[in-house]
Design a protein around this ligand. Structure first.
Ligand SMILES: O=C(O)CCC(=O)C(=O)O
Ligand SMILES: [Fe+2]
Length: 315
């Protein structure tokens, strides 16, 4: 079972520096990091980042009120801005309330992970947070954007250049579970697809390298996001697409079902753990882009796994 459940009382003991069973608090934290890094899910049956009652009522009210705010909404903490919200039909007061609720959530998760992931010493970039108010079951999205098919995460417009994608979720639905499936370990998935359907990743060729230099020289690199993708990002994007497009893989691969309880939180490296959401409504999520050099087990980072396979640097 890849799920490691952490009751709130035990979590608080460890964060307060008290011994956790047979191991010291310091050792317990290192073990949790190692479990995450090797493809585990840390599950908090009771969330350690509670949402203020007023924010919760506001977020859960978005649908019933007929508000046009009800598609996935992203919050960019570095600019304190929302995107995905319909500015024409949502009122200014509603947008402002959404923004401040998301600001509090994002800061709360960042503060919590600064303590829980102490060995990383904040060697991360606080990426977007999101609010997911739509029922996931039966959502009608284009294939590559579907989240009910097993996939590993890769962002088409935001290459991570080897940084790991850690996501912290919270099921804020009062009664409904959020239902996931998770698939095989990353190394096994990569073996299935490469070499074969995908080529083994190769370091930047001289031509691509020249293209980059030229784009940079004439000031175009900011306009061409694909220019900034490293061979690592290329491969991770291809893998994401190949998994979703392969119905034989979707049906045939080993998978496990997980139901995340109302009021629970969980965190997982989604660029390596194949996952899909089959049902559930109303979740909050905060993404972190973490320096692979910060890992307690650096060899577990996908960039290291792929570089070993390629026999070359990929970022
Ligand atoms: O919303 C969820 O529960 C997970 C969706 C997902 O896989 C994603 O956003 O990449
Ligand atoms: Fe995903």
């Amino acid at each position: 079972m890849p799920v490691h459940s952490i009751p709130l009382a035990k979590l608080n003991d460890v964060l307060n520096g008290e011994v956790a069973g047979a191991v010291s608090a310091h050792e317990a934290i290192r073990q949790w990091c190692a479990q995450l890094e090797s493809g585990g899910i840390l599950y908090f049956p009771q969330t350690p980042v509670p949402i203020p009652a007023e924010d919760l009522a506001f977020l859960l009210g978005r649908e019933q009120s007929g508000s046009r705010l009800h598609k996935n909404i992203a919050y960019k903490p570095n600019r304190d801005r929302l995107s995905g919200a319909n500015r024409k039909s949502a009122g200014a007061a509603e947008l402002e309330q959404m923004r401040s609720a998301m600001r509090r959530y994002s800061a709360g998760v960042d503060a919590f992970l600064s303590r829980l992931l102490a060995p990383y010493k904040r060697r991360w970039r606080l990426d977007y947070a999101s609010f997911r108010p739509i029922e996931e079951e039966g959502r009608d999205l284009p294939l590559r954007r579907r989240n009910d098919l097993l996939h590993t995460d890769a962002f088409p417009t935001r290459p991570t250049r080897g940084r790991r994608i850690l996501r912290f979720f919270h099921n804020i639905h009062p009664t409904r579970t959020r239902d996931w499936i998770v698939g095989e370990p990353f190394a096994e998935v990569v073996d299935r697809f490469a070499p074969g359907k995908l080529a083994i990743p190769k370091p930047d060729g001289a031509v691509a390298g020249m293209g980059k230099l030229v784009a940079r020289a004439i000031g175009l690199s900011g306009l061409l996001p694909q220019v900034k993708r490293t061979p690592y990002d290329e491969f991770m994007m291809q893998l994401h697409n190949a998994m979703k497009e392969d119905s034989e893989f979707q049906l045939g691969c080993a998978k496990e079902e997980i139901q995340f309880a109302p009021g629970s939180s969980w965190m997982v490296y989604t660029e390596t753990v194949p996952h899909a959401v089959l049902g559930g409504q109303f979740a909050l999520e905060q993404t972190f882009l973490i320096d692979p050099g910060a890992m307690v087990e650096p060899e577990s980072a996908p960039v290291r796994i792929l570089e070993k396979m390629a026999g070359a640097r990929l970022v």
